[in-house]
Ligand binder design. Structure first.
Ligand code: NAD
Ligand code: UFG
Length: 331
């Protein structure tokens, strides 16, 4: 089966390409390389000893997208391509709505035109807003505080409406919690541009000596040690979740949380990193980061019940694999 993976040269997409190729799928990647590298795809081939097809295109470009659909018998689409920097989305809302929402519409339209009925979408736990934890799929979505989150909620709604009008179309909306870590080979992983916004890449860059110390954003939250709690999920568990979601896709819209169901605080993650790798991570406590919520984690029971999928790798494995990648990574 041929799967079109948009954003396949990026962080989660590249790990999912590995999982797809290992599961026997053929992979066609469409990526404009705005935040991905072609070199990453070479590493995917090296890791799996399998080939894949790559198109350097923008997936908001319907002519370019249609060219791919007309050249290949596509059986399903996994749509990762998107911009994901929350702060940037506040400064450049039009860029975010255009990139993240128009791409979903262009791809869904091509699927309908070419009779492709399987669509897996990268959503985010951010669509739950400030709901009560644990977040469960049946909750009403609350408005998010930034355009990035809105692009995810809108794409979910658009895909849901398309299914209502086209009952043969099958959509899986995967709401990721906090993806971290890297492939255990250390060959592919997360390499953000500039100073990282997210906790784990910040920690690995402090460990490497690229950054002096971690700023822990607040220690007065109502959590186990006062620091923010999140549901970190190993990127390979997430990647495997996509393969399972694709394998199980039936008509209609299916929403799944992909998380572990376990909350980990910032200081617990720092301690786990030090324990896993035997390296100190200097930190200081600073003010809360505006817009952060104290704690969120998944109710991950639906994916287990319906897909038979659970995350297998623990926080120590996440820290070990993230560090293995960072240690070897040359910019
Ligand atoms: P990433 O930036 O590493 O990968 C995204 C890839 O998409 C990049 O290779 C980029 O070049 C490509 N891309 C972006 N816009 C494109 C376009 N218009 N046309 C073609 N290619 C385009 O990000 P990631 O962390 O791998 O995230 C993948 C998806 O998962 C995104 O949709 C993101 O919003 C979503 N997500 C990520 C997280 C996270 O914390 N990493 C959490 C929840 C959801
Ligand atoms: N944190 C620090 N210092 C840092 C970075 C983060 O203390 O330098 C703390 C945050 O305050 C938070 C926790 O670490 O308590 C996790 O922060 P991240 O920035 O790594 O992740 P978020 O949960 O804020 O958000 C991420 C993505 C969102 C996505 C969400 C759920 O950035 O786009 O996960 O998937 F919606």
């Amino acid at each position: 089966m041929n799967i079109l993976v948009t954003g396949g040269a990026g962080y989660i997409g590249s790990h999912t390409c590995v999982a797809l190729l290992e599961a026997g799928y053929s992979v066609i990647v469409a990526d404009n390389l705005c935040n991905g590298k072609e070199e990453t795809l070479n590493k995917v081939k090296q890791l799996t000893n399998k080939d894949l097809t790559f198109y350097e295109i923008d997936v908001t470009d319907d002519i370019a997208v249609n060219t791919i659909f007309s050249k290949h018998e596509i059986d399903g689409v996994i749509h990762f391509a998107g911009l994901k920097a929350v702060g940037e989305s506040v400064e450049r809302p039009l860029t975010y709505y255009n990139n993240n929402v128009v791409s979903t519409m262009v791809l869904a339209k091509a699927c309908l035109t070419y009779g492709v009925n399987r669509f897996v979408f990268s959503s985010s736990a951010t669509v739950y807003g400030d709901n009560k934890v644990p977040f469960i799929e049946t909750m009403d979505l609350l408005p998010t505080t930034n355009p990035y989150g809105e692009t995810k909620a809108m794409s979910e709604r658009i895909l849901t409406d398309i299914v209502k009008a086209n009952p043969a179309f099958s959509v899986s909306l995967l709401r990721y919690f906090n993806p971290v870590g890297a492939h255990e080979s250390g060959l592919i992983g997360e390499a953000p541009n500039g100073i990282p916004n997210n906790l784990m890449p910040y920690v690995t860059q402090v460990a490497k000596g690229k950054l002096e110390k971690l700023s822990v954003f607040g220690n007065d939250y109502p959590t186990v040690d006062g620091t923010g709690v999140r549901d970190y999920i190993h990127v390979m568990d997430l990647a495997e979740g996509h393969v399972v979601a694709l394998d199980h896709l039936t008509e209609g819209v299916h929403v799944y949380n992909l998380g572990t169901g376990q909350g980990t605080s910032v200081l617990e993650l720092v301690n786990a990193f030090e324990e896993a790798n035997g390296i100190k991570v200097p930190y200081e406590i600073v003010e809360r980061r505006p817009g952060d919520i104290a704690s969120f984690y998944a109710d991950a029971s639906k994916a287990k019940r319906e897909l038979g999928w659970t995350a297998k790798r623990d926080v120590i494995a996440m820290c070990r694999d993230a560090w293995r990648f960072e240690k070897n990574y040359m910019e």
